[in-house]
Ligand binder design. Structure first.
Ligand code: AMP
Length: 193
């Protein structure tokens, strides 16, 4: 199963991916986590990424493509993967299509988690207090939501046109949202059979 979990920052992609990866036996590939690991390791990439991430901005498409190609070429991604945080704009969506076409492993489905902005802001406040992610402070969250609306949201249409998009209500108990995602995955598998 090759799937993208799509949605605004704070929509629950990471939380759901952590549950799904165990169930599906495929890795959770979060570009945000990969970048945070680079920051922790104080690598050159991490140093460059930190200021951009703390400001709630996006890293360049070239850098992100390098990261994603490298990660997808690792053996654990052979049976499939759950992508979280990529693609984040139309250029990245087109680049991902190309990379996956080259290796003959097209996406099966894109699950969009829908959560209203007010709930997102509340969730990020809670996460800020718990995890102290600099980009979860309320001002930066507003900026990230604006970038999401402007650059990332159109990616849903890109996949809808290709018949790959499933929209799932992301509000509610964790287990209920997981059940909705699994139902959507089953639908997608049945439709492609
Ligand atoms: P996330 O954990 O997915 O919310 O990502 C945290 C931050 O990492 C984002 O606000 C961006 O600064 C950066 N980032 C993660 N994925 C991407 C991407 N696909 N393109 C550009 N920047 C990204």
């Amino acid at each position: 199963m090759r799937l993208v979990l799509f949605g605004a920052p704070g929509s629950g992609k990471g939380t759901q991916a952590a549950v799904l990866k165990a169930d599906l036996g495929i890795p959770h590939i979060s570009t945000g986590d990969l970048l945070r690991a680079e920051i922790k390791a104080e690598s050159e990439l991490g140093k460059k990424a930190k200021a951009i991430m703390d400001a709630g901005q996006l890293l360049s498409d070239d850098i992100m493509l390098g990261i994603i190609e490298d990660r997808l070429s690792q053996p654990d991604a052979k049976p499939g993967f759950i992508l979280d945080g990529y693609p984040r704009n139309l250029a990245q969506a087109a680049a991902l299509d190309e990379v996956l076409a080259r290796i003959g492993q097209p996406l099966d489905v894109v699950i969009k988690l829908e959560v209203p902005n007010e709930a997102i802001v509340d969730r990020c406040v809670v996460r800020f207090e718990k995890e102290h992610r600099p980009d979860d402070n309320p001002e930066t969250v507003k900026k990230r939501l604006a970038i999401y609306a402007d650059q990332t949201a159109p990616v849903a249409e890109f996949y809808a046109k290709r018949g790959k998009l499933k929209v799932v209500d992301g509000v509610g108990e964790l287990a209920d949202v997981t059940a909705r995602i699994k139902a959507a995955l089953n639908d997608a598998v049945a439709a492609s059979a």
